[in-house]
Design a protein around this ligand. Structure first.
Ligand code: ACM
Ligand code: ZN
Length: 786
């Protein structure tokens, strides 16, 4: 514990006992717990509620230490927040509290707690005064955000009251980041400021601004005007998902960039909120927009167009050409002048080596420098850039591919392909920022994909973000110190509007903020959900277009094949709601059955469930089918095993467990086969009379999951001689995009004990004109036998 024990040891008992009570109540009756009196997000390290409150009135003043410009600005922003919420603009005075007039908020760097950490603060609200103390202006600013969250969420005409309390607070990590890709889609300065406001309210301190991409160069560079004249515009943009080929384009020119003046304005705006902006200039890959402007920097000489589709492109900067390095050093010189922070992000991810392999200049460089291969050439590239930036007192950070071929000596690593890159970097004693696709890619779906606007893919609901642990336990204590923190990445291929950005980041930013600020031991999902109720009201008051996907009901259905029963458990990521459901396929209403505890079904049902608050439907309705059919629970033999990542919740039994899969391919209801066909034989255990077989397949082109090329059903009485009963063919033009397709065969009543289902993996990308063989996924679910 860093705090002065002399002052705070008695209080610690109180703090810990409050935590225990909370835990106790939540464990007992989560749905019934009253909303907490204060709802701070991220949750402070230590909070002690007292009796009473401070009431703001027209005479309340904000007093700040003299000659502290930063504090004066913070006080000014706090005064405006108070005016917005309560209609009173407190006067800001520089000086010291004097006399007997106690009606003030005092912001001071002379802290009564002498061991406050960096960015930490101490807040004491009593009936007479509010004291906010910190060692540094950062801590003061985060403290002011706490005061803001202690105000009512919605503007009010009644006098503002702030609960009496004492808070000692400090962040767990120093890198609390949000990334934003403005290359695929471009957002105006006004929105970048909003984004920074959202970060500030969450005590997030690092804005990673992804400024260059294949689809657009977004930062003015005076020495290379064509970067923005040519590189910031594309002729057209892909419509729909990049997996849904053949491609369709909107035929609308698209572009935009930030002038250096605008960038300075944003950097200042961020600085005023104690947010560091980390600019990213991608190299050597994701650079098609720059190459469209300056094709001589490529291996082939071009010409190139700014990309209008999404993906990874083979044309990258030539690593054998000195002009590339001159160009990038010139660009970075202007970048360094614009961004005062310690770090410059140099990208480094997804840079194909195909051009380098064929380029005489690149090959000559490999020889000259005694490099082993193109990976070492990439390492040479990054190390050269690092030397240049280090010489100008800047540090580099790059995506985890910069580990390949040898890490630059002082580089920090941003681990995105899981945690492994970050672990390897920390083991090598390099700084790390964790941004794994599994937990913090906010371009992924946050609710059931079929109910969400088009997104990149994946499935990262609110509770999953909250469960993220940035520091791997496998690292030693010494190595763990290299984990600076984490951030969410917001890639914008499928995020064309600022409203959609808000939808993707909120409320997930709230969960991430707590992961990054609050001590791991104090994180509590139930408690967080309760505090989110107030946070949603704040978002409402701010006009944020946040996602309500957390209000969707998730169905957890366990099947007992022996007793032919299914037990249904519902969950949602929202507190303070009722879950109501129907079993007959009708839409749930406020009068539908109220869910209280898991229940058992022994008959087929179409389950529909939704959350309600004060009888108002809160999220979309989610649906699952339980089908207790003839093959329910029967043994199934597979000729090829499914891929280890997609073995379903119950192996081959998943195919006859009565549950239909959803469009979330990771929902445990699907078996996934990579590059192989499906052959399943169901043993009904005795000869039965059958008249229909129905099998579901998933298509999700973005994940290279395709419907089968052919399906064949056959039945047998003895398990040896099979008679083909129907071979449903693929429909002529398979629908595009994500969908579930059922293949049904109905036939005159037939006696059989064994049913064989075969499905051929397409093993080719439908849009590949040459139909080259490659491994694709075949996803199969429930085989219904009637
Ligand atoms: C990345 O997502 N390509 C870093
Ligand atoms: Zn080259």
């Amino acid at each position: 514990m860093i705090y002065k024990t002399k002052i705070f040891s008695p209080a610690f008992f109180v703090f810990s006992s409050i935590c225990c009570c909370l835990l106790f109540f939540q464990a007992c009756t989560p749905a019934k717990m009253p909303e907490p009196l204060v709802s701070l997000i991220p949750k402070p390290t230590n909070l002690n509620l007292h009796e009473g409150h401070f009431t703001l009135n027209k005479d309340t003043k904000i007093i700040v230490d003299p000659d502290e410009e930063g504090l004066y600005k913070i006080a000014g922003m706090l005064a405006i927040d108070i005016e917005t919420q309560g209609g009173i603009l407190p006067e800001v005075i520089q000086g010291k509290p004097q006399g007997t007039d106690l009606n003030y908020i005092h912001l001071t760097l002379s802290s009564p707690v002498d061991t406050l950490a960096n960015e930490g603060y101490y807040l004491k609200v009593s009936g007479e005064t509010i004291i906010l103390a910190a060692n540094d202006p950062q801590g003061m600013f985060w403290g002011s955000q706490t005061i803001r969250q202690l105000l009512p969420a919605q503007p009010t005409k009644v006098p503002l009251q702030i609960a009496a309390l004492e808070i000692l607070d400090k962040p767990r990590y120093s890198w609390r980041g949000m990334h934003l890709d403005v290359g695929r889609h471009f957002y105006p300065v006004s929105f970048i400021k909003k984004y920074l406001d959202y970060m500030a309210m969450h005590k997030m301190n690092t804005f990673h601004w992804h400024l260059t991409e294949d689809q657009g160069w977004r930062i003015e560079i005076k020495k290379y005007p064509k970067l923005t004249e040519i590189g910031s515009r594309r002729e057209q943009t892909l419509v729909g998902h990049a997996g849904s080929q053949p491609y369709v384009f909107d035929e609308q020119p698209y572009g935009g960039y930030y002038s250096q003046e605008e960038i300075r304005e944003i950097v200042q705006y961020a600085q005023d909120r104690y947010i560091t902006v980390v600019p990213e200039i991608e190299m050597p890959g994701h650079s098609l927009a720059a190459l469209a402007a300056y094709p001589e920097l490529s291996c082939t000489g071009g010409p190139f167009k700014v990309a209008g589709t999404w993906g990874v492109f083979e044309d990258v900067y030539c690593a054998g050409n000195e002009a590339t390095f001159t160009f990038l050093e010139d660009v970075l010189t202007e970048v360094m002048d614009l961004f005062p922070g310690a770090y410059v992000h140099i990208g480094g991810d997804e840079s194909p080596k195909a051009r380098w392999e064929k380029c005489p200049k690149c090959q000559a460089r490999i020889k000259e420098e005694g490099l082993k291969d193109e990976h070492e050439l990439q390492s040479y590239f990054i190390q050269r850039m690092e030397k240049f930036l280090n010489a100008h007192d800047k540090k580099i950070i790059g995506w985890d591919e910069i580990l390949e071929g040898g890490l630059a000596p002082n580089a920090a690593v941003m681990s995105w392909r899981g945690m492994e890159g970050g672990i390897a970097a920390a083991e090598a004693l390099h700084d790390v920022v964790m941004t794994p696709g599994s937990h913090v890619y906010f371009d992924h779906y946050q609710g059931e994909p079929s109910l969400e606007p088009l997104a990149f893919g994946g499935y990262t609901p609110l509770h999953k973000v909250y469960a993220f642990e940035p520091t791997p336990e496998t690292l030693s204590k010494e190595q763990q110190r290299f984990i600076l923190g984490a951030q969410a990445n917001v890639w914008s291929e499928y995020i064309p509007t600022t409203e959609q950005v808000e939808y993707m980041i909120m409320p997930r930013m709230s969960a991430l903020a707590e992961v990054l600020w609050t001590p791991a031991a104090d994180r509590n999902w139930e408690d967080f959900m309760y505090r989110m109720q107030q946070q949603y009201r704040r978002f409402d008051a701010m006009g944020v277009n946040y996602s309500k996907s957390a209000f969707q009901v998730r169905h957890d259905i366990k099947v007992d094949s022996v007793h032919k029963e299914a037990t249904v458990t519902f969950k949602s990521d929202a507190a303070g709601v009722d879950i109501r459901y129907s079993l007959d396929g009708s839409a749930p209403t406020p009068a539908s059955r109220l869910y209280t505890v898991p229940f058992t079904l022994s008959e087929s049902a179409i389950i529909k469930a939704a959350t309600f608050q004060n009888d108002e439907l809160m999220g979309q309705v989610t649906e699952r089918t339980v089908d207790i059919h003839q093959a329910f629970g029967a043994p199934v033999t597979l000729s090829h095993p499914p891929h280890a990542n997609y073995t379903g919740s119950n192996g081959s039994g998943t195919l006859v467990n009565g549950l239909a899969g959803s469009t979330t391919h990771t929902d445990g209801a699907w078996l996934g086969f990579l590059g192989v066909d499906l052959e399943a034989v169901i043993d009904l255990q005795s000869v039965k009379e059958l008249s229909a077989i129905r099998t579901s397949f998933l298509q999700q082109p973005g994940a290279h999951i395709f419907l089968p090329a052919a399906v064949e059903y056959a039945v047998s009485e003895d398990g040896t001689i099979f008679n083909t009963i129907d071979s449903p063919s693929l429909s002529d033009a398979p629908a595009q995009g994500t969908l579930i397709q059922k293949y049904e065969a109905t036939f005159p009543a037939t006696k059989a004990q064994f049913i064989r289902v075969r499905a051929a993996n397409v093993n080719a990308l439908p849009w590949d004109k040459e139909q080259r063989k490659r491994s694709t996924w075949l996803f199969v679910d429930e085989m219904v036998v009637e």
